[in-house]
Design a protein around this ligand. Structure first.
Ligand SMILES: [Zn+2]
Ligand SMILES: [Zn+2]
Length: 338
């Protein structure tokens, strides 16, 4: 695995640099409000949808793949709301603001789940804890995810102890000093409470290990998440019969076009090795459809969209998936309620 990252090193770094240029291009191309509404709901829409909701709801907080700031979609995060309790899955940059925009009180936040330790899934985990604490986060909040989540949490709390103490004294609040963390390294049951039974399996997302996929069995609804993964039959098995499968989705033609443009521009990028890396760790659209069909889920939500550029419309995202999946297909948008 070290070999793989070394051999891909220069071109992957270069690709990341190239991807960093994408938001600027997208912003220039898509300044209209129509462009914006293609990628996100407004806070008013999400709050209205949750207000009228009966039963468990999923809100997509961020639907973009990768640690790229400045796009119209935020990095990956979700919240599930069931019976007044909120469960966050992944903490990409933007999770705290997006959670606030849903109107769900931070006092409802019961547990946080992390799929894997890539920045687009965990970078705002610590800040969410601290800001939510000021806003009423219960001190018995729990966190679940791959190792070294315990150490990461302890290190973060140590780094921000002074900050927490200032506020605790100022606002006469009980300080958030630690978080009850459960590390997950293997497939199996994760946790259970009055609302939900949570389980996980190991996804395939080299070189990151372990990377998790989760299933949440609420009383009225089952929601499964692929996390970041190459196409995997185990995801179909895990999601079998679920109401909703949220699956990462890579639109290969757009990734290839991007890689070719880099090569054409004379950048030191190897097309084949870059695409091989992407295909080894992410799932092309067609496979997403095949997996959802095999799982027999009612609704498939395309998310963690790769590449998360505004120029790809919903029909383009949907078409290759629909060749294989015959249920409902939703192209994820930030703050969308499912
Ligand atoms: Zn990711
Ligand atoms: Zn990842």
């Amino acid at each position: 695995m070290a070999d793989a990252s070394t051999s891909f090193g220069p071109s992957r770094r270069h690709m990341l640099a190239g991807l960093l240029a994408m938001p600027a291009l997208a912003a220039t191309a898509g300044a209209s409000t129509a462009q914006t509404s293609r990628t996100q709901w407004t806070p008013q829409q999400v709050q209205a949808a949750l207000k009228d909701a009966t039963g468990t709801k999923l809100v997509l907080l961020g639907t973009a793949a990768g640690p790229v700031p400045g796009r119209t979609r935020e990095m990956t995060s979700h919240v599930m709301l069931s019976n007044g309790s909120a469960y966050v899955l992944d903490c990409g940059m933007g999770v705290t603001n997006q959670f606030a925009r849903t109107g769900i009180p931070f006092s409802a936040l019961k547990s946080i789940f992390i799929t894997h330790h890539h920045a687009d899934h965990n970078i705002e985990y610590g800040p969410l804890l601290i800001v939510a604490w000021i806003q009423g986060l219960p001190l018995d909040v729990r966190a679940f995810g791959p190792p070294p989540l315990k150490q990461m949490t302890e290190d973060f709390m140590r780094a921000y102890k002074q900050t927490v103490d200032f506020w605790a004294e100022d606002f006469h609040m009980k300080p958030l000093t630690s978080v009850n963390v459960q590390e997950i390294s293997a497939a199996g049951p994760v946790t259970e409470d009055d609302n939900v039974r949570v389980s996980a399996i190991l996804a395939e997302h080299p070189p990151v290990t372990p990377a998790l996929a989760y299933r949440f069995d609420f009383k009225d609804r089952a929601i499964a998440f692929s996390g970041d993964t190459a196409p995997l039959d185990a995801i179909a098995k895990m999601a079998a019969g679920a109401d909703i499968l949220v699956h990462e989705t890579m639109y290969v033609p757009a990734m290839e076009a991007f890689a070719r443009a880099q090569v054409a521009a004379g950048r030191p990028v190897q097309f084949d090795s870059f695409m091989a890396h992407m295909k080894a760790s992410h799932t092309p659209s067609e496979d997403v459809g095949r997996i959802a069909q095999e799982a027999g889920v009612k609704t498939l939500v395309l998310s963690h969209l790769t590449p998360a550029i505004d120029g790809i419309d919903d029909d383009t995202w949907r078409a290759p998936v629909a060749k294989y999946f015959k249920g409902e297909i939703i192209v994820g948008k930030d703050l969308m309620v499912v």
